[in-house]
Design a protein around this ligand. Structure first.
Ligand code: MN
Length: 289
């Protein structure tokens, strides 16, 4: 059975202790094994407090982030790339200190809409930084996931194959592909083929609807996705991601275009998602026999 998780933004946008308590207790109550904690600003996350609250509720954590245009490691500007490398190093340290063995997301470029294609220099800069940071992360026992996202949130990695290309260029063993059904729904020709195409590299999976609201109420072909994951015996984390204007985060609202109120009740949404994922896993498993 895969470890199941939920993103903290289902409950809260900040990470002061009351926020951490609300999100972690909410994820635990909904039945999840782990919570994904955003590290957009790693220095603002109190790792010791987080570790203590996680222990209290007996669940684990993973970490994620998207860089911004000031810290874009795929930039042509060396100072911008250096700021991004610094932020990724800090995020690895905080992830480790709060007890996570995973850091994923848009670690390779800014999270936002670009107005031109990436440059060769920018690609090489991203490869250089990720090789460096992956080796630092490896010393902390941390796996890093590159999440292919849709064309409006990055220009560098929009498909699983591009993530594989970047990983192969770094030669790092602790870099994996981080799939997301929401992004694949926009960019992939076929969910099953997308999974099969990078089968040995998949280390983390985000589950989200095409409108990022309640699972099963949109257009994503979840049965096909779960069958494809079952076919490759994927045993890694499956983490529910959903965003609504009900939980407002300055950092995410513009970058992810969260303009609509997809839901109000975080706990109902999370409990529904947990049941939905279990049902999909069960059905996919049954269809193999
Ligand atoms: Mn995602």
């Amino acid at each position: 059975m895969n470890p199941l998780g939920a993103h903290a933004l289902i409950w809260v946008a900040g990470w002061e202790e009351p926020d951490a308590r609300r999100a972690i207790s909410g994820a635990a109550r909904a039945g999840f094994d782990l919570i994904e904690i955003p590290l957009l600003d790693p220095a603002s996350v109190d790792a010791r407090m987080t570790a203590a609250v996680l222990e209290e509720h007996d669940i684990g954590a993973t970490c994620s982030l998207g860089l911004d245009f000031r810290t874009d490691v795929s930039s042509d500007d060396p100072a911008t790339v250096a700021r991004g490398e610094q932020l990724l190093h800090e995020a690895v340290t905080v992830a480790h200190d709060l007890g996570s063995t995973y850091l994923g997301g848009i670690l390779y470029s800014a999270m936002g809409k670009y107005t031109r294609p990436p440059t060769r220099t920018g690609w090489d800069n991203a490869v250089g930084v990720l090789s460096e940071v992956a080796s630092h992360a490896d010393r902390y026992g941390i796996t890093m996931g590159l999440e292919p996202v849709n064309r409006y949130e990055s220009n560098l990695i929009n498909t699983p194959q591009r993530a594989v290309d970047l990983i192969e260029q770094t030669g790092a063993d602790n870099l994996v592909v981080h799939l997301d059904s929401y992004h694949l729904h926009i960019e992939a020709a076929d969910l099953g083929a997308a999974v099969a195409g990078c089968r040995d590299r998949i280390g983390y999976v985000h589950i989200g609807e095409n409108h990022r609201g309640y699972l099963g109420s949109g257009q994503v072909d979840f049965p096909a996705l779960f069958r494809a994951l079952a076919a490759i015996d994927y045993g890694g984390p499956i983490v529910f991601e959903s965003f609504s204007s009900a939980v407002v985060s300055e950092a995410f609202v513009g970058a992810l275009a969260i303009w609509r109120d997809q839901w109000q009740d975080s706990d109902d949404l999370a409990a529904h998602a947990h049941r939905f994922i279990i049902d999909q896993l069960t059905a996919a498993d049954r269809s193999r026999r």
